[in-house]
Design a protein around this ligand. Sequence first.
Ligand code: AMP
Length: 210
Amino acid sequence: MIVSSDRYATVLLFGAPGVGKGTQGKILAQVPGFYHMSTGDMFRTLDTHTGIGRQIMEYMSRGELVPDELTIKLWRENTHARSVLSHYKPHEDILILDGLPRNVNQAQMLKFDLNVLAIIHLVCHDKDEMVKRLRRRALKENRRDDAKEEVIRHRWEIYEEETRPVLAQYDKEIIHEVDAMGSPASVLQHILEELVPVQSAHFHRLSKSD
Ligand code: AMP
């Protein structure tokens, strides 16, 4: 039988491209006991001189999802490597996953990998503001995918059609909507209001199992 302790204790950072998942994930990563991992960042570190790196970069620059089997395989290998190196301590840390799962099939494939404690759903209805954010980031980080408006639109279509339905795979009680407008500090404050009790409960479980 698979029990929850065999799976990674996880919080999902969820929301459309440009909503600020990466920004908030990087801030949360500074909190001891949280370990942030972004599949987009994982793909961007791949060597584009290799066949697989080039292939993945092509999907990304078109704003398309990387195929599920490949995504999950690379994510499993990467997570395992980080835990072997002790960067990520699965028995202590809560994994803050940003950008995964990205469709219902991935959510199903990850059922026995993840123990999802909470989902932070960052919500922003102001598309113009999100285009601005994505453009700014594309310039700053030299991201080809968000440099073109048509690719940004395509990434949103995929979010609406494939990613948003992922929410229905999880218990409503663990989904917390957070308004993504406003300053990074105020968004962080609202995220922490949801995550402080989640981390406290996790610490409590750990101390009981010692
Ligand atoms: P992000 O940095 O999360 O905006 O992701 C950038 C790009 O990486 C996406 O547009 C996809 O091409 C790819 N990507 C990131 N996460 C996934 C995933 N879970 N499944 C498939 N493709 C992904």
